[in-house]
Write a protein that binds this ligand. Structure first.
Ligand code: SF4
Ligand code: SF4
Length: 238
C-alpha cells in the first residue's frame, strides 16, 4: 500500500510524542546526575600521606606528586600533587587505592578548556605546612596561579635527569642500565643496542626517569629481540 511506511513512521512519532521528555534545556537546566556519577577528579592535600598508591594504581600516568622529607623526621610531606585530567579515563582505580579518601570524584563535568594545559590541576600545600600530620590545615594555592611555575620547574628538572641518563649511556656506563634488566651481561647488550640507535636511547632515557616499570619491560624486550636476531643470524651462517 502506498504511504504505509509514512503512516507507520507517524504512528511511532505520535506514540513517543506523548511520553515525558527525557532531555533538558542544558545549560539553562542542569541534568540530574546519579549519586556515583564521576565528573572531575579532585584531591584534598591535607589528608594525603604521600604513599603513592594512587600513582601505582593509575593505568594512564595521570597522577604525579613531589614530596620532601619533613625537617627532623623520616616522614615525607607533600610538595605538589598533579592531576593531568586530559589523560584520565575516570576508571576510579586511584580513588579505590587511596587509603585516606584523599582523591574523590565530584559532579562537576564541564571540563572543557580553551588550552590543553589548563586542564592540568596542580595542588600545592602552603610552604612549610606539614600536611601529613593530620593537625595542620593545608592551604591550596589556586592551580591557575601555580600551574605555569610548577610546570616549568618540574619539566626543567625532568629534562635535566633525562639528559644525565642519556649522557651516562653515551659514555658507556652500563651500570645505570643494570637495574632494568636481569643480568650484567644483558646490561652490556642493552648498552650496545642503545648506543647504536639514538631513537631507542632517547626513549629509554625518558622511560627510565618517567616510568621505571615500563622502562624495565621495554629494556627486556630490546634485549630479547637482540638475542633472537643474533641466534637467527648464527643459524643462517651454519
Ligand atoms: S580515574 Fe583512573 S585514569 Fe583517572 S587518574 Fe584515577 S586511576 Fe588514573
Ligand atoms: S592521594 Fe591517597 S593514595 Fe595518593 S599518595 Fe595521597 S594518600 Fe596515597
Amino acid at each position: 500500500m502506498i504511504g504505509k511506511g509514512l503512516l507507520k513512521g507517524l504512528g511511532i512519532t505520535f506514540k513517543h510524542g506523548k511520553e515525558k521528555n527525557i532531555t533538558v534545556q542544558y545549560p539553562e537546566v542542569m541534568p540530574y546526575l546519579q549519586e556515583r556519577y564521576r565528573g572531575c577528579l579532585e584531591f584534598d592535600p591535607k589528608d594525603c600521606i604521600v604513599c603513592g598508591m594512587c600513582i601505582k594504581a593509575c593505568p594512564n600516568n595521570v597522577l604525579s606528586l613531589e614530596s620532601a622529607a619533613m625537617p627532623g623526621s623520616k616522614k615525607k610531606q607533600l610538595v605538589s600533587y598533579t592531576i593531568d585530567l586530559q589523560y584520565c579515563m575516570f576508571c576510579n582505580l586511584c580513588v579505590e587505592a587511596c587509603p585516606t579518601n584523599t582523591l574523590y570524584f565530584t559532579h562537576h563535568f564541564e571540563l572543557s578548556t580553551a588550552e590543553r594545559g589548563a586542564i592540568k590541576r596542580i595542588y600545592t600545600p602552603a610552604p612549610g605546612t606539614p600536611v601529613a600530620d593530620g593537625e595542620s590545615e593545608a592551604v591550596i594555592i589556586p592551580p591557575e596561579a601555580l600551574a605555569d611555575q610548577v610546570d616549568t620547574e618540574a619539566e626543567a628538572k625532568r629534562l635535566k635527569q633525562v639528559q644525565a641518563m642519556k649522557g651516562a649511556i653515551s659514555k658507556g656506563n652500563s651500570k645505570v642500565l643494570a637495574k632494568f634488566v636481569d643480568s650484567e651481561e644483558d646490561a652490556s647488550l642493552l648498552l650496545i643496542i642503545l648506543q647504536g640507535d639514538e631513537k631507542k636511547q632517547d626513549k629509554m632515557a625518558a622511560l627510565m626517569i618517567d616510568d621505571k616499570d615500563k622502562a624495565r619491560k621495554v629494556a627486556t624486550a630490546f634485549v630479547a629481540k637482540e638475542k633472537r636476531d643474533k641466534a637467527k643470524s648464527e643459524e643462517g651462517k651454519q
